[in-house]
Design a protein around this ligand. Structure first.
Ligand code: PLP
Length: 360
C-alpha cells in the first residue's frame, strides 16, 4: 500500500533526493568511493558544498554581504549562537511556541531578553500582533513557522530592529526578503534534507559587534571566513540537501512551490472547516500554517480520536498523530509532499465521516 508521509520532522523528501543520495553512498561523483568516505577537502566534495551554498543564494535571492553556512548542531545550537554572536545587552523575542520558548531560554544566558508578546495563555493557538518592541535591542527574534502549534508568520513584523528568524519548518516554502534579516537559520530535516545540517544565512556586517569572547566553533565570523568548512561538515547530509535544492530549482523555485503549498494547505483547511467531526486548532485564518496543519476531533466526537487514527493508518497515512502538547492530529505538508497525499488524507476523513455517520 502507498504510504503518505505526514511526519513533522525528520520528514518527507523528494524521491530524487533519496535516489541520488543512495547512489552516492556507493559511488560518489565517479570516484568509486562513497560520499561518506572521501575527504571533505577533496575537489569532489568541495564542489558539492560550493554548489549547495550557491543554490541557497540563488533560490532565496540572498543579497551580497550575506554568507550561507551549512553547520551542525541543529536549530537548537542556533538558539545560543545567535545571542552569543549578536546580542550586546538586550534582545527582543516573540514567543509563539515551544521552539521560541527554547530560543528565549538560551538567549537569557547572554543578557536581557524582552519577550514582547506571547500566546502561551491560549496554548499558542494564535500569533500575537500589535506589541511594542524596544528600539535599543540588538535584534528581534521570530519563529516564522510554529511546527508544533501549526501557525505561520507569512509577513515580516513591521519593526525597526534587524530581524533574526528560526525558519526551520518553512524555509524554501515561499519567497523571503532576506535583506530584512541579520540571521536566518533552519534545521535541514523539515524541508531540505536529512538531520545533521543546519542552514544559516548571516549578514556579515552584523558580526564582530559584541565584546564577549566567542568559542571558535560557535563564532559565525570563523565559519564565514572558512566557507562553512572550519571543521568537517556533515558530508552525506550536505550532499542530500544539494539534491533537494536542485529539485526545487528544476521545479521553478520558491515562487512555484509557494503556489503548490497554498493549494495543498487550502484543500485540507477547507475540509477541516466543512467536516463536522474535525476542527482546526488555529482559528484565525491568517495565522494558519501551510506547513503543519493541526486539528482535533470536534468536542462532540472527542471519543473518536483513536478510531480515526487507526482508520487513517489503515489507509496508508503515517505520522499524523498530533504533538503531545496539542493532541489530536498534525498533517505536515512540506515541499516534497505531493498533492495526491493531501487528497488521500482528505478522502480518509470523508470516508470516516460517512462510515460513522451515514446521515451526516
Ligand atoms: C524542529 C525545529 C527546531 C529544532 O531543530 P533541531 O534541528 O532538532 O535542533 C527548532 N525550531 C523549529 C521551528 C523547528 O521546527
Amino acid at each position: 500500500m502507498k504510504k503518505h508521509n505526514f511526519y513533522a520532522g525528520p520528514s518527507i523528501l523528494p524521491e530524487i533526493t533519496k535516489e541520488k543520495t543512495a547512489e552516492a553512498t556507493i559511488n560518489f561523483a565517479g570516484t568509486g568511493l562513497s560520499v561518506m568516505e572521501v575527504s571533505h577537502r577533496s575537489k569532489e566534495f568541495v564542489a558539492v558544498m560550493t554548489e549547495a551554498r550557491n543554490l541557497v543564494k540563488e533560490l532565496l535571492q540572498v543579497p551580497d554581504g550575506y554568507s550561507v553556512l551549512l553547520l551542525q548542531g541543529g536549530a537548537s545550537a542556533q538558539f545560543l549562537m545567535v545571542p552569543y554572536n549578536l546580542m550586546k545587552n538586550k534582545a527582543a523575542y516573540l514567543n509563539t511556541g515551544s521552539w521560541a520558548s527554547k530560543a528565549i531560554k538560551e538567549a537569557k544566558l547572554f543578557g536581557e531578553v524582552v519577550e514582547v508578546a506571547s500566546s502561551k495563555d491560549a496554548n499558542f493557538n494564535y500569533i500575537p500582533k500589535n506589541y511594542p518592541v524596544p528600539d535599543d535591542a540588538s535584534y528581534f527574534h521570530i519563529t516564522t513557522n510554529n511546527t508544533i502549534f501549526g501557525k505561520e508568520l507569512l509577513t515580516e513584523p513591521d519593526v525597526k530592529l534587524p530581524l533574526v528568524a528560526d525558519m526551520s519548518s518553512d524555509i524554501f516554502s515561499r519567497p523571503v526578503d532576506v535583506s530584512k534579516y541579520d540571521v536566518i537559520y533552519a534545521g535541514a530535516q523539515k524541508n531540505l534534507g536529512p538531520a545533521g545540517v543546519t542552514l544559516v544565512i548571516v549578514k556579515e556586517d552584523a558580526l564582530g559587534k559584541v565584546d564577549r569572547p566567542i568559542p571558535t566553533i560557535l563564532d559565525y565570523k570563523v565559519q564565514v571566513a572558512n566557507g562553512s568548512m572550519f571543521n568537517t561538515p556533515a558530508t552525506l547530509p550536505v550532499f542530500a540537501c544539494l539534491q533537494t535544492l536542485k529539485w526545487l530549482k528544476e521545479l521553478g523555485g520558491v515562487e512555484t512551490i509557494e503556489k503548490i503549498n497554498i493549494q495543498k494547505s487550502n484543500l485540507l483547511y477547507e475540509e477541516l472547516d466543512r467536516n463536522k467531526l474535525f476542527v482546526p486548532t488555529v482559528l484565525n485564518q491568517e495565522d494558519r500554517s501551510r506547513m503543519n496543519v493541526t486539528f482535533v476531533m470536534a468536542p462532540d466526537y472527542a471519543e473518536l480520536e483513536g478510531d480515526f487514527l487507526e482508520f487513517a493508518t489503515s489507509k496508508g497515512m503515517v505520522g499524523i498523530k498530533g504533538h503531545r502538547s496539542v493532541g489530536g492530529f498534525r498533517a505536515s505538508l512540506y515541499n516534497a509532499m505531493p498533492v495526491e497525499s493531501v487528497k488521500a488524507l482528505i478522502e480518509a476523513m470523508q470516508d470516516f465521516e460517512k462510515n460513522k455517520y451515514p446521515e451526516v
